[in-house]
Design a protein around this ligand. Structure first.
Ligand code: FE
Length: 282
């Protein structure tokens, strides 16, 4: 269906705790919104109370999908069983393709101050679920920034903008679009999104309306987009900042087993067995 995408559903998320007691708000992968194919999970964390985040996410496995960590404030150290280690800071992104399996930890690299950011899980199509693990990691200064005449600034993490800016992360499995967009008060922003993609908007600051719809999304709200070939977003009386994320709908069976997401129950049992047998450590 061509035309402007509208908002199908909005959500203010659910309070949750994961890892070793990290407090976060879960927007996708929650009782309210199970998934937005291909997106399996979206967590937002924002706290300046060390007790909310200091436990971090000690060693845990993943198989069958990708995890994207995008930090707005603070520092996180990640480390995996293949010897990959690094720190990501405000504005940096880590796009990790778990593929057939990794074991990693994600720990705050700070004892106090604000830790704020997102974790997004992007499903892999059946053909890619057992691919070799891979990382794409970019510091803020290596993420292309598009500045438009009306004051709009777009950080292009993945995908291609209407003006032709190509994102830092290459994503062939779901051709995901991941944009961090800042627009001035009462200004509009449009972006093409292929009709094969599902997408959503998450408001970081300010407030926005989508295609003259009835919903006005304010800070810390998620809006799932309906069908169409583009989206037009207009800010209210404040400057606004939001994530615009979309990816190719896979339409495949999804079976979750904690940190593993596969197509069948047998594949999930296999993942637990492989993990138990130490096959993730090779
Ligand atoms: Fe993880």
């Amino acid at each position: 269906m061509t035309g402007a995408r509208k908002i199908l559903k909005i959500s203010s998320g659910h309070q949750a705790s994961d890892g070793a007691g990290v407090k976060l708000t879960r927007f996708i992968g929650s009782p309210e919104i199970d998934m937005v194919d291909p997106f399996l999970l979206l967590d937002y964390f924002s706290s300046d109370r060390p007790g909310d985040y200091i436990g971090g996410f000690p060693d845990h496995p993943h198989r069958g999908f990708e995890t994207v960590t995008y930090l707005l404030a603070g520092r996180m150290r990640h480390k995996d069983n293949a010897g990959h280690e690094g720190v990501i800071e405000a504005g940096d992104v880590q796009w990790m393709t778990a593929g057939r399996g990794i074991i990693h930890s994600e720990m705050p690299e700070q004892e106090d101050g604000l830790l704020q950011g997102f974790q997004l899980w992007v499903n892999l199509p059946a053909r890619d679920k057992m691919m070799a693990p891979a990382y794409q990691e970019f510091s803020a200064e290596n993420i292309p920034v598009e500045s438009q005449n009306n004051g709009t600034v777009v950080k292009v993490i993945s995908g291609t903008t209407d003006m032709g800016t190509i994102g830092a992360v290459e994503n062939t499995s779901t051709k995901s679009l991941f944009l961090d967009v800042s627009i001035k008060a009462e200004s509009s922003y449009s972006q093409a999104i292929p009709e094969s993609h599902n997408g959503f908007i998450f408001v970081i600051n300010g407030g926005v309306k989508i295609d003259d719809g009835d919903y006005f999304l304010t800070k810390k709200m998620l809006g799932i987009l309906g069908n169409g070939d583009h989206v037009t977003i207009t800010s209210g009386k404040e400057d606004s900042r939001f994530l615009l994320i979309a990816g190719q709908c896979l339409n495949e069976p999804v079976v979750r087993g904690g940190p593993f997401v596969m197509n069948t129950r047998a594949e999930i049992l296999r993942a637990f067995q492989d993990y138990k047998d130490g096959n993730f450590r090779r």
